[in-house]
Design a protein around this ligand. Structure first.
Ligand code: NAD
Length: 253
C-alpha cells in the first residue's frame, strides 16, 4: 500500500477470520511481524500459514479476550515473541442478536458486552503499558456504524459499539502526550462470515444491506484493512481519538 510504518510489530485480535485476518495479512504484506490473536486456533493458525506462505512473519496466540488472565498472558507472550507491540488492532467481536430490545436476553447482553466492550478494554489495559514502556504506539479498535447511531434489532450490539468509541476517545486523551494514538474504525456492512450469518440466509436482507450504502454495495475486508493500516501508519500521526466511518457513505445520509 506504500504506507510508512516506523514500527515493526502488529497485534490483531479476531484475526482467525474476516476483517481481522485481512488486516493481519495486510500488515504482513507491509513487512511487519504479526501476532495473530483469536479464540479459534484452527482459523488463527490458518492466518499464520497464509502470512508465512507469502514470505511474512507471524505467530498465533490463542486468547479469549473476555478473560483477564488470558489477555495478560497473551500480551506477555506477544512481547516475549517479537519484543514489542507497535500497533494493536482490537477487533474481536460478536453479533448474536436479531430481536427488538424487549426480546433480548441477559445471556445475550453479557456475551456481547463481554467480547465487544470488556475484550477491547482488557486488551488496551495490557497493551498500553507495553507501548508506554517502549515510548509509543498506535491502537485501533473495531467499533461499527452501529456505534454512531441506531441499530434496530441489534440494540445491545449498538450499545457495545458506542462503548468502544467511548473507551477509544478516553484512552486517546489520556495517552495523547505519550506518543500513543488511539482511534476506532466504524465499518458498515462488510462481506465476512458475520455478515453471511446475519444476512445471507435471507436474500431480501442481503439486498437491503447493499441498498443501505449510497455506493450500492457492501464493503470488503480489504477496504477495512487499508483504513486500519492508515490509522496505524505515520501518515496518521496527527489523528487520535477519532471514530472513522468506512461505510460507503451510509452515515452521510
Ligand atoms: P468474524 O466473525 O468473521 O470474525 C470475528 C473473529 O473474532 C473470529 O475469528 C472469532 O473467533 C473472534 N472472536 C470472537 N470472540 C472472541 C473472543 N472472545 N476472543 C478472541 N477472539 C474472538 O467477524 P468480522 O465481520 O470479521 O468482525 C470483526 C469485527 O468487525 C467485530 O468487532 C465486528 O463487530 C466488527 N464489524 C463487522 C461488520 C460486518 O459487517 N462484518 C460491520 C461492522 C463492524
Amino acid at each position: 500500500m506504500g504506507m510508512i510504518f516506523t514500527g515493526q510489530v502488529a497485534l490483531v485480535t479476531g484475526a482467525a477470520a474476516g476483517i481481522g485476518r485481512a488486516t493481519a495479512l495486510a500488515f504482513a504484506a507491509e513487512g511487519l511481524k504479526v501476532l495473530v490473536v483469536d479464540l479459534d486456533s484452527a482459523g488463527g493458525e490458518g492466518t499464520v500459514a497464509q502470512i508465512r506462505d507469502a514470505g511474512g512473519q507471524a505467530q498465533f496466540l490463542r486468547c479469549n479476550v473476555t478473560r483477564e488472565v488470558e489477555v495478560q498472558q497473551m500480551v506477555e507472550q506477544a512481547v516475549a515473541t517479537y519484543g514489542r507491540i507497535d500497533y494493536a488492532f482490537n477487533n474481536a467481536g460478536i453479533e448474536i442478536e436479531d430481536s427488538k430490545l424487549a426480546e433480548g436476553t441477559e445471556a445475550q447482553f453479557d456475551a456481547i458486552i463481554g467480547v465487544n466492550v470488556k475484550g477491547v478494554w482488557l486488551c488496551m489495559k495490557y497493551q498500553l503499558p507495553v507501548m508506554l514502556a517502549q515510548g509509543g504506539g498506535a491502537i485501533v479498535n473495531t467499533a461499527s456504524v452501529a456505534g454512531l447511531g441506531a441499530a434496530p434489532k441489534m440494540s445491545i450490539y449498538a450499545a457495545s459499539k458506542h462503548a468502544v468509541i467511548g473507551l477509544t476517545k478516553s484512552a486517546a486523551i489520556e495517552y495523547a502526550k505519550k506518543h500513543i494514538r488511539v482511534n476506532a474504525i466504524c465499518p458498515a456492512v462488510i462481506d465476512t462470515d458475520m455478515f453471511r450469518r446475519a444476512y445471507e440466509a435471507d436474500p431480501r436482507k442481503a439486498d437491503f444491506a447493499a441498498a443501505m450504502h449510497p455506493v450500492g454495495r457492501i464493503g470488503t475486508v480489504a477496504e477495512i484493512a487499508s483504513a486500519v493500516l492508515y490509522l496505524c501508519s505515520d501518515g496518521a500521526s496527527f489523528t487520535t481519538g477519532q471514530a472513522l466511518a468506512v461505510d460507503g457513505g451510509a452515515t452521510a445520509i
